[in-house]
Design a protein around this ligand. Sequence first.
Ligand code: F6P
Length: 549
Amino acid sequence: MFSLTETDEWGALQEHYDKIANVHLRTLFEKDKDRFKKYHIKFNDILFDFSKNRIDNIAFKLLIKLAEHRKLKAQIEAMFTGEKINTTEGRAVLHTALRNRPIDEVIFDGKDVMPEVNAVLKKMKNFVRDVHSGKWKGCTGMPITHIVNIGIGGSHLGPAMVCEALKPYSKPGMSVHFISNVDGCDIAETLKQLNPDTTLFLIASKTFTTQETMTNALAAKKWFLSLTGKKDKDVALHFAALSTNTEAVSEFGINPKNMFEFWDWVGGRYSLWSAIGLSIALYIGFDNFEKMLQGAYQMDVHFRKTPFSENIPVIMAMLGIWYVDFFNVKTHAVIPYYQYLKLFPEFLQQLDMESNGKRVSKDGDIVNYSTGPVVWGVSGTNAQHSFFQLIHQGTQLIPVDFIAPIETQCDEQNQHDILLANMFAQSEAMMKGKTEKEVREELSGSGLKGAELEKILNHKVFPGNIPTNTILIKKLTPETLGSLIAMYEHKVFVQGAIWNINSFDQWGVELGKQLAKRILAELGSDNDISAHDGSTNGLLNYYRENNGR
Ligand code: F6P
């Protein structure tokens, strides 16, 4: 049985942790004036500063050694070259082929996948061109001005996040909407804003069987057809499908000509680079979509070719492992200081937690170490006024990633300075904290004395020593966003590789789906519900008695 914790490399990290666990970041900075110089990396227009992490030279070297011991290089190659590394589903993991810009061969199952990839990209390009030029018209002859993506999970979060992030690149006159939740309020509120004559629905589902998406897609079709004069044949001009399942797409009534295909070697949460990204291309233009692919490709090259000690995704991942497995950290906050990136934490939640929220190793054993942390966050400065209190003075250690562009895309440069001043201040405050001595000095002129002073003292102390990464992006462009997303994708990959878990399946979503089907049938019957545990029976009967039907 594989045992990560029994390896010499793990043991050496444990031993070193015991020595430096209580060393304060202040001390590390005082001792080493070159820390920033040593612990930051520039990649194109991105600067990654990891100097405010609780590592010294030895810890850094040991973390890199662990990555080497885990044969990370070979594991990276296995992904890029189409080995079936998603072992529980028998699939390759080739989202990198979707952004393989020099179009080198990528052989999977004896066949180069690039001709198919490029054929779909071409089809997307032509479609986007026709919609933007007005050549593609709705059934009443009007051009399309509203794009509605209906999808959930990976078929929603990535495109929604990117469209929000790249709003400054949106095509004039084009708006994009996202419907994901099976809660009928989601679709109802969205449809209120739409005119069917100018709306194009993209039904985005890898499997084309997902309950939420199929329910919303049918509701959208019903809405469309119920409006005066609309016929089944008109559906072809207002509905397209983004899927791997041609049969289900035709069954739904979407013309296969309007289907944009992808393949089972694209994981749902890694699919925004595929046909699932059509809403992005329609919103910001195909040229910008391609630039985003280009930015991701550049990060792929960096990840594949750069030595681990200078490799951003590898370093991010190993630092995460350092905290989760040695400092017993349970959560990791990601705080973008840029409103256009407000959906980035939500996107990362699926990427990271659906990938690495696993407790079984690739060999089928229950692991005896912690794996993926809870990933969470909202944009700054809003975050400062809600949960930063807990990060600064609570009882948990929470590492934070700060992300911000240097240039704002709004006119308010003055406000951008205020925004970034806050971000820099937060990372400094988290690192340094405020000592008891500093608080005493601060209070010395306040008139507080004796017991009164002692009582308030601890409330004003900040322990600090909170590890943070800062990612500064020159400007949030399609290229830099592509690189940023790929950077986190690869971080997640590295952590899964070290933990020896399969980051590419998601069996944990199945049980709830099965039970929901059964419960839905029970809610529709008149019989007393008694087949569940006492709590579930009670809730179901109470719901039925009180839902007014
Ligand atoms: O939540 C489970 C999941 O399978 C995700 O992995 C996926 O992104 C989402 O559902 C949507 O799946 P589909 O694209 O097949 O509708």
